[in-house]
Unconditional design. Structure first.
Length: 181
């Protein structure tokens, strides 16, 4: 951590289904100490599913933290901390959208909230989509709809899409694949 900051202890405060919350005891070079919150997340993967006509499949689902529906790219947590992101993204694509693809390419990796959480999301682009069947979890209710990139950007810049992974993924996709350099 460097000479200025050192963790001198960690206590598990809460063990959840998708995350663990810790109280970290920190020491600083100037002699001060502090307690910091730390949230561990095993990681996740997400995918930008691009139809042959260029539209992007999005999922609309309820998010408890916001108490409302959100529009996002398909995503999900890793089944195991050692699971490869591309395996998770492939699974989530079919589970949530009812499409599969053998053509996934890494786009970007996000660290969602670096001040207090170690969550990492690997994001992929899926092309050459093949119709399949949704395999939703028992507690999952997802509507799927295709949007143009322009429609998605308008929703981002008018505040209708607020999900950070979705915003970053859509704008990174445009930058990497569509903007001429």
């Amino acid at each position: 951590m460097g000479d200025e900051v050192k963790r001198i202890g960690r206590e598990l405060a809460y063990k959840g289904v998708i995350l663990n919350v810790y109280k970290d005891h920190m020491s600083f070079a100037n002699g001060n100490t502090a307690e910091w919150d730390f949230i561990h997340h095993d990681g996740a993967a997400a995918v930008v599913p691009v139809l042959d006509d260029g539209r992007i499949l999005m999922v609309r689902q309820y998010r408890n933290a916001l108490e409302r529906m959100t529009l996002e790219i398909p995503a999900g947590k890793l089944d195991d901390p050692k699971e490869a992101g591309i395996v998770c993204a492939t699974r989530e694509l079919e589970e949530e959208t009812g499409y599969r693809s053998d053509d996934l390419e890494w786009l970007v990796t996000l660290r969602t909230t670096v001040a207090f959480c170690d969550e990492k999301i690997d994001i992929y682009v899926a092309k050459n989509l093949i119709p399949s069947k949704q395999h939703l979890d028992e507690d999952e209710y997802v509507d799927v709809k295709a949007y143009t990139l322009q429609e998605l950007k308008e929703m981002i810049f008018t505040g209708r899409i607020e999900d950070s992974k979705t915003m970053a993924a859509i704008l990174a996709y445009e930058s990497k694949y569509l903007i001429q350099k």
